[in-house]
Design a protein around this ligand. Sequence first.
Ligand SMILES: O=C(O)[C@H]1NCC[C@@H]1O
Length: 385
Amino acid sequence: MFSIEGTTVIKTIEMHTGGEPTRIIVHGYPSLEGETLLEKRAYAREQVDEIRQRLMREPRGHKEMYGAIIVPETERTRSGDADVGVLFCHNEGYSTMCGHATIALGRFLVDTQDEEVFPRRKQVHFDETRSECHLRLHAPCGVVEVTVPSVRNGNRVRSDPEREVRFISVKSFAAAVDLTVEVPEELRWRELRDTGKHDVKVDVAYGGAFYVIVQERELGFEGVRNGKDLKKLDVVTATLKQLLGARKELFHGHGLESELEYLYGVIVVDEGEGKKGLGGLEDGRIGVCFFADQQIDRSPTGSGVSARVALARAKGLLGDDERVRFDSLLSADNTRTTGLAGGAAGSFVGSAVSGSRVQVEGRAYYTGACAFVVEDTFSRHGFLV
Ligand SMILES: O=C(O)[C@H]1NCC[C@@H]1O
């Protein structure tokens, strides 16, 4: 690609999964210091955060941008060796797990032939009979097993965009079921006041990151499936995040590293989430996820799906072999209200596998390749309006 005299170039591959972007940094990012992936994550945050800010914020990104930083070398992990590591980043910092980016990255790691980007690319096993590649991706929450449908292309193997990538995430679990949260008077929103209630009932579950999962009716809303009231829900979920994020005991005591013990997002779901089987593959479950600094996930949120499947299992709503379709605002039938023709390609399918691990399936596509430069102080750190 090109270079501009006097500037440093950062190169990225751009993808989307169900509409949610992943900006994969492939060149120009410094090598991260630290023994463990979590130490490297801390180094990224403390020493080179300027790069995240530059790529996630305007004028190069926007409030809803999402990124993946490939970490070629990771330590031997408690969960076993991985082929490659990754850090995930967003408008506020660095997350611990990301399903939509894992699906995108799965394809890219099979497709790249650049050994500087992915030194162990040649070791990736291609299963000829099933036509798929297997990768172990080391995310901050642990090692995730990724299967990428692939096809032989001469003497190379490339990913197949026509079939779903799937990953088996780390152990997922319900951290609190039917928790009643008192909302202080000054923080109550109009729709809650209209119901006459002072509190809301929520669940808390972990799928590599912690989520509060709450039914729209509890909040006094309906129609989230149609993309209604997103601005109001932004305020409401920010309030819940403030109230529940402060309750450290909810995230502690699960045997996780301390860096993973925090509330990442709030997912507003419809009442189908409380039904046996959750609607299976026929009736997709809607969930609108507000994460990090109130980003709205365009995809059904892979780590949120893991958390919701684990929660449904804990509530006795989902059996061993049941598969559930999870829709986002784009994949639900919202053509009329939002003008967005999403369709099934935007949905994820979640199911419980061995132990408390959850499998998530979805599709990702390439949208571009970029070379970013910085030459002025104004845009060095980027900004959000
Ligand atoms: O799919 C996921 O898991 C993510 N998407 C954005 C927020 C989560 O990290």
